[in-house]
Design a protein around this ligand. Structure first.
Ligand code: URA
Length: 215
């Protein structure tokens, strides 16, 4: 446990289905195919929470019985941003939930010595200022990649930004809150801290390696 509590900027998504799936993902015995499936499912469930307050508008429709007024999405444009490469695992679930969303990619790697984020790729759709940007990366560890990715998205015009992860370390939450106090964070769990290599403890290991079976 740790001292972090939910707040209006840190939303802990503690739904039992997500907690169960997350525990399965943490186990070292869970194979890559299963890990990938679970990450996609959790991505969809987290997306459901992160879009809970998007605007609705009323339209007139006819049911087989009568004319009536009912709500539909007001049509705010959306952009899902995956921080490569592990972000792609969460992205799949979000895309299932919002198939019409545009997708941006931010390529970041962690310098193994400094643990600083280094950008190697950025691609985003236009009119970012009109879109709700949902940035996904399974592991909010030091927070350096998240902060750098959001810096870049803001530089490209992004204004309304939310960050969705699978696991957060207190260090990452602090860093994200300090650099981007306007960005809401959605996470199912806040773990204890980081080890000397910047891995989350107890965590689940390297999310990219586990997702793609590269170790
Ligand atoms: N990235 C990972 O994949 N795992 C961690 O624990 C931290 C960063």
């Amino acid at each position: 446990m740790n001292q972090y509590q939910a707040s209006d900027k840190v939303i802990i998504v503690d739904h039992p289905l997500i907690q169960h799936k997350l525990t399965l993902m943490r186990s070292r015995d869970t194979p890559a195919a299963e890990f990938r499936r679970l990450l996609k499912e959790i991505g969809l469930l987290l997306g459901y929470e992160a879009t809970r307050d998007i605007a609705l508008t009323n339209i007139e429709i006819e049911t087989p019985l009568m004319r009536t007024t009912m709500p539909v999405l007001a049509g705010k444009k959306m952009c899902l941003f995956s921080i490569l490469r592990a972000g792609d695992g969460l992205l799949q679930g979000l895309l299932e939930l919002v198939p019409s969303a545009r997708v941006g990619h931010v390529g970041m790697y962690r310098d193994p010595k400094t643990l600083e984020a280094v950008e190697y790729y950025f691609k985003a759709p236009g009119k970012l200022d009109e879109r709700l940007c949902l940035v996904v990366d399974p592991m909010l560890a030091t927070g350096h990649s998240a902060v750098a990715a959001i810096n870049r998205i803001k530089q490209a015009g992004g204004k309304e930004i939310r960050f969705i992860c699978l696991l957060a370390a207190p260090e990452g939450i602090e860093e994200l809150g300090r650099s981007h106090p306007d960005v809401r964070l959605y996470t199912p769990a806040i773990d204890t801290g980081l080890n000397e290599k910047g891995y989350i403890l107890p965590g689940l290991g390297d999310a990219g390696d586990r997702l793609f079976g590269t170790k």
